[in-house]
Design a protein around this ligand. Sequence first.
Ligand SMILES: Nc1ncnc2c1ncn2[C@@H]1O[C@H](COP(=O)(O)OP(=O)(O)OP(=O)(O)O)[C@@H](O)[C@H]1O
Ligand SMILES: [Mg+2]
Length: 358
Amino acid sequence: MPTTSKVKAIPLRLSEDDARLLRERAGKAGLSMNAYARRALVGLNGGAEATCAPSIEGADDTPLMAPPVPFPPAFRKTFRWAWEDGPDALVNAGRHVLLRGIQGGGKTQWALGTAQRLGRPFYTFTCHAGVTSETVEGGYMPFVSGGQVIVRAVDGLLTSAIRQAAIPPGAVLNVEEITRMDGDLQGRFLSALDPKRGVFDVVYRRGAVPVPDGFLCLATGNPVGQEFKGVGDIDNALLRRFAVFDVPDPTEAELTTFAKTLALPKDVRDPLVKTAATSYEKYRSGETDNVVSPGDMAMFADSLAGGAPERTAFFAVIANKFCNRETPDDARKYREGMWEDYTGRKPVVVPVPEGGAA
Ligand SMILES: Nc1ncnc2c1ncn2[C@@H]1O[C@H](COP(=O)(O)OP(=O)(O)OP(=O)(O)O)[C@@H](O)[C@H]1O
Ligand SMILES: [Mg+2]
């Protein structure tokens, strides 16, 4: 970050150990040593710009490349669309990324993996009707304290992530299923995601927070979806703030390699891979039946191995279709629509206090 004329540069000489540590951290954040030190100062200053900035002896303003922290091996090697070449390159170029693709295609795992790789705190929410401007921006919330109801200002996830991002190595905000975001709420993101990293107007506090370079938004969405809107229906103003990355189709050979990392018997593996290989095309054309994604394969393997917490009707369909492993009891329960009882869980009744909850 160039030092503006108003900011006084304070020369700083570091010990060898401190310099090594700073280089390492700046590298992880993809910043120059000076920019990192300056950002740390801004963070300590509660997000406000400092009037002075350290100028470290022997360091220049060239950003250091983040050392690649590998994704889990299955993600790195299984598919041709190696993440490093695709969405990672966009993140490294400083773009917010919207990943779109088949359900169970690894989008969420990638977002989480990216935050871990960058060592950044991870804020996440899934878009649905209950997500409001309070969830996103913040608002005044009631709390019970000492027998009284008090009202406090509480920042929402977007505001919190932007504030946190001022402290190196920054922060990641993961917006899941962005295609389901309410139209009015989409506007709330426009200033926060401005490519020029301006200020985010926190209306409920009547203030503004600078959006630091360390703020990264990773969104996921499905290109098509039954009654839900597809990515194409997102407001253009919001869409243009993202680099949109389509998860490419893996080949059958790549899916076979991936399937081999899973605990699947061979007679199950081959038909699953065949179906998965044709699923991407089916999915894009709007067909959602008989679509098997890598995530489905992984969950299915888990359930065969007894590792999944519960089996679902979906697994029963796959089991029936590919392996003939369905038990007569499975078939009966599926037919009779008794799957809610299948795990034997009893409904939990939460009593509502008289007069309603505060
Ligand atoms: N490329 C891949 N390499 C290895 N595992 C994968 C890959 N893609 C998906 N998986 C497996 O699928 C699981 C589910 O992936 P994830 O939840 O990230 O999918 P998603 O695209 O976010 O799905 P949805 O659209 O339903 O939210 C992962 O935990 C992982 O086990
Ligand atoms: Mg997901």
